[in-house]
Write a protein that binds this ligand. Sequence first.
Ligand SMILES: Cc1cc2nc3c(=O)[nH]c(=O)nc-3n(C[C@H](O)[C@H](O)[C@H](O)COP(=O)(O)OP(=O)(O)OC[C@H]3O[C@@H](n4cnc5c(N)ncnc54)[C@H](O)[C@@H]3O)c2cc1C
Length: 441
Amino acid sequence: MTTSEDSYLILGAGIFGVSTAYHLLQSHPTASITLIDRDAFDADSRVAASWDWNKVVRADYADITYCRLALEAQDIFNNDPLWQPYFHETGVYWVCRDEYAQDVVGNYKKLGRKAEIAAHPLDEAKRMYGGLFEQADYTDAREVLVNRTSGWAAAGDCLRAVTRWIIERGVKYVQADVERLAFDGEGSCVGVRTKTGEEIRGSKVILSTGAFTAKLLEVSAAATGKEHLRAGPRIVAGGIATGMVTLDETSYEKFAKMPVGFQGYSADKGPFLGTLPPTPEKQLKWWGRTIFSNTQEVLPGRFVSAPPTDQDYAQWKVSKKLEDDVRYSARMFYGAPTATWKFEKLRICWDAFTPTGDFIISPHSGAKGLYVATCGSFHGFKFFPVVGKYVVQMLDGTLDADLKHKWAWDRTAEQLDSTVNPEFPRSEMSDMLDAAPMAKL
Ligand SMILES: Cc1cc2nc3c(=O)[nH]c(=O)nc-3n(C[C@H](O)[C@H](O)[C@H](O)COP(=O)(O)OP(=O)(O)OC[C@H]3O[C@@H](n4cnc5c(N)ncnc54)[C@H](O)[C@@H]3O)c2cc1C
């Protein structure tokens, strides 16, 4: 239950944190809402996974719950003047190696949704979009799903605009590095302690700290002796390298009207690959084929996957091995000519992954007053306009029973099984670093 005294302290100004504040403003207009992040919301470079040049916005999900939620979000991207400028309805072109296309088309039907969406035979698909994906890899492919109503969003610009909007309407934004959670004598979470020793309080503390979440809980558990705070196998921080090339005038003509491209695989082959249409600066982006954890000793004898300890998560330090990994993906979409493409930008993006790819939106059972709303698991951005609505329902105790179960902190054995999730990190960052040069004798 929400009372008039409730003060909400949201840690992390990525899409989960900002969307929560956005919906709290509307449903609890008199509440005090504070958003804390280590980076300024309008900084030129941020560690948030949500801060990016662009992200795919699609409702093409085999899971009907995410399909429905993504459609709800897309309606807002399409119609609400706050969100609409950032959405580009370019369509998606998805090379399918299983029943994915049929499942997605079926979900649209079940939800009574009309859209220009269909599965195409390979030969027909290769001729679409001026033959842009003719040289893609179609090994084991069955068909291509084309949904002309999906697309992408200018992610960083959208995040900045919505954050500015909520600040103008009363949300307090504090730039601070949170060291650990703070508790009262009865064990309830009452706020946070920052790295500079300041204590910031709130009656409801919401963790939306993305890839840093497991480490923050580990450090908080060690400092307080509250063992049950730890994330354990629920959350794994994972990194993925992305690359961008600037297209010359002639190539830009060819790519300008392209859809988002996907290569889908089963869990034993690897995560899905994606490539996004060029930005206004004519930069074409895609991500690599390896999702890696970064297991480190965060405290003596305690090992947790977390981003590198550098203030900027070392996100711009991309090894040659990871560059090759990104180049491999380009070939899977555009064939041999990509061998000579020069990368303009390379970045490692860190997100929090759960074994099944389901978010965690739940009270934390280890402490009263503590809530978790994060774990985008490589697909969270598109829910930005709506995810906070569900976080508020969770905080108010009104979340639908199915969603409560799907996003619970306390997970069943099935929910901790990652075997069928192609996107779960299966490599270690240490394996993706370049070998140190041999000493010359
Ligand atoms: C390469 C890549 C591509 C992706 N592509 C897509 C896509 O195309 N479409 C899509 O829908 N999704 C995509 N995703 C997933 C999506 O970006 C994430 O799931 C989502 O942005 C996560 O949001 P978040 O709010 O949980 O975390 P974040 O956006 O990471 O935000 C967490 C915030 O917490 C702050 N923070 C953490 N710890 C502390 C601390 N101790 N003190 C203070 N502040 C702290 C950070 O500074 C950060 O701002 C992609 C992810 C990656 C990695």
